[in-house]
Design a protein around this ligand. Structure first.
Ligand code: ARG
Length: 505
């Protein structure tokens, strides 16, 4: 089935004749983006959540004696037969809340539908719907970030000896290993997951029952609706629960912004690694895209889109921050806009970790080329200075000076440190006699694999240190994964409880 779809996908492209593998369907969709897809109404996205909010509120009203059992039954049955997919929102009725009230009263002819707004307002209703929506989206996004971190760690496992150049200012800097580089990515992703967990915890509270922001004289039970909606607790102060609309959105946009900056950086790394001038990596044929005019092209479009989506995430964060800041405490219609911002953001970013996971799983690394690059351009100059200082009990700065000259003289004959260049530098610096070198030492320090082995402290690129890091990160990821499983089980259990508890007596 998957293979068939890919074949079809390949046929749909004008490019790709030079490629061996078939293009990845999800990547093609990701890259085509909104060029060819339309957006659903924001409140249509909330429809299911709003039905749940309505049921929780009316069930509670029934338990508190505001609605009769029969009235609740009619409402429950009307919602039960509502087909979420085919239910069209009438723009004349402003939003999902009024559309659903209208559905009960006019479509289903239920008189009690006129009572469902007792003790609540659209202000707390939409704030509640949004928390339900966000809770769900965070779980989905976290799962794909867990998978991405896992795939990175899997690849890192076999690359601890794969020496490659490390860069500062985009310039060759010091030798490192591919595994050290990859575990830098995954270490950041673990923090992103922790941040999203914290967001989830802060979001998982119920604003329902705050009404317009100032409570209600109806005999409501907020703890009960919180329970029926699977929240951890109520967001107690009713004015805060309404005035803080948009805060949950801002928090998660912040976490997504940081996550997307990371994915953007990973993307930029992949763009450069796979550039023919670097030749370090090859992105699989499944994940490159072609050109409608240049048949030879293998473009990393997914990575470019991730970079741009990271920019969009920052913009969303700034917009969300701005919406809330100036508004007087209480409900303000400004907050409606936060709905579009956060929904657009989730839509734009949710597939980024999924596509990157596929790219990383299928990435080919050219270890020969990586080692070749790590051997030239004097990436070992700082290591040489460190070694001289430690071996001959000299100051780092003196040795730095020696190495500056050694690079200069060695560069006259090639692009690796030469014994002759070193000796000339030592002599010129006045350290002749205090430093004795031989070709064996030069060969050892010119071998980046040997240099890697000397960086043994925690977090450093020696194969042993990176193996330890992989172990630590795997343990942390397992903990985060278990937490995710626990949250989804909790979600399922609370949903199951609600489905049962919401049934009419
Ligand atoms: N559609 C509105 C929103 O998303 C619902 C709340 C409207 N409340 C009001 N008092 N006008 O914010």
């Amino acid at each position: 089935m998957v293979a068939d779809m890919s074949k079809k996908a390949k046929k749909n492209q004008v490019w790709g004749g030079r490629l061996e593998g078939n293009p990845d369907e999800a990547n093609l969709r990701f890259c085509a983006g909104r060029d060819v897809t339309s957006l659903p109404m924001a409140d249509k996205e909330l429809l299911g959540w709003d039905v749940w909010t309505n049921l929780a509120h009316t069930k509670m009203l029934c338990e508190c004696g505001v609605l009769s059992k029969d009235e609740y039954r009619q409402i429950y049955e009307a919602f039960e037969k509502l087909d979420l997919d085919s239910f069209d929102l009438d723009p004349a009725k402003e939003d999902v809340h009024i559309n659903l009230e209208h559905y009960l009263v006019h479509t289903c002819g239920i008189e009690a539908g006129k009572k469902i707004h007792s003790g609540r307002s659209r202000n707390d209703q939409v704030a509640t719907d949004m928390r339900l929506y966000l809770r769900w989206e965070i779980l989905y996004l976290s799962a794909s970030v867990i998978n991405l971190a896992l795939s990175i760690l899997e690849r890192a496992q076999d690359l601890t000896e794969a020496v490659m150049p490390g860069f500062t200012h985009y310039q060759p800097a010091m030798p490192t290993s591919a595994a050290h580089w990859l575990t830098a990515w995954s270490q950041g992703l673990l923090r992103d997951l922790q941040a999203m967990n914290k967001d989830y915890e802060l979001i998982n509270r119920s604003p329902l029952g705050s009404a317009a922001g100032f409570g209600t004289s109806w005999p409501i039970n907020r703890e009960r609706t919180a329970e029926l909606l699977g929240f951890d607790q109520v967001e107690e102060n009713t004015l805060d629960a309404i005035s803080s609309r948009g805060e949950a959105e801002t928090r998660i946009a912040g976490s997504i912004g940081v996550l997307m900056n990371r994915l953007s950086q990973i993307s930029q790394d992949l763009i450069l690694w796979s550039h023919p001038f670097y030749g370090i990596a090859k992105i699989s044929d499944q994940f490159v895209t072609g050109s409608s005019i240049m048949p030879q092209k293998r473009n990393p479009d997914f990575a470019e889109l991730i970079r741009a989506k990271a920019a969009q995430a920052s913009g969303t964060l700034v917009a969300l921050m701005g919406i809330q800041k100036g508004a007087m405490s209480g409900y303000n219609r400004d907050s409606q806009q936060s709905k579009y911002l956060i929904m657009d953001l989730f839509r734009e970013v949710k597939d980024a970790p999924v596509v990157l996971t596929g790219v990383i799983e299928t990435l080919t690394l050219n270890q020969g080329r990586m080692e070749e690059l790590a051997k030239k351009d004097f990436l070992n100059a700082a290591d040489w200075a460190d070694w001289l200082a430690q071996e001959f009990k000299l100051s780092f700065r003196d040795c730095y000076e020696i190495l500056s000259l050694a690079v200069k003289y060695s560069a006259q004959t090639g692009d690796v440190m030469s014994l002759k260049g070193l000796e000339q530098a030592i002599q010129e610096s006045g350290f002749e006699g205090r430093i004795q070198l031989d070709q064996k030492q030069v060969d050892r320090l010119n071998n980046p694999k040997e240099l890697l082995k000397t960086k043994t402290h925690s977090g450093a690129p020696s194969p042993d240190s990176v193996q330890k890091m992989i172990k630590h990160q795997r343990a942390k990821l397992a903990e985060l994964d278990a937490n995710w499983t626990q949250l989804t089980h909790q979600f399922d259990a609370r949903m199951a409880f609600a489905l049962e508890a919401l049934k009419p007596d």
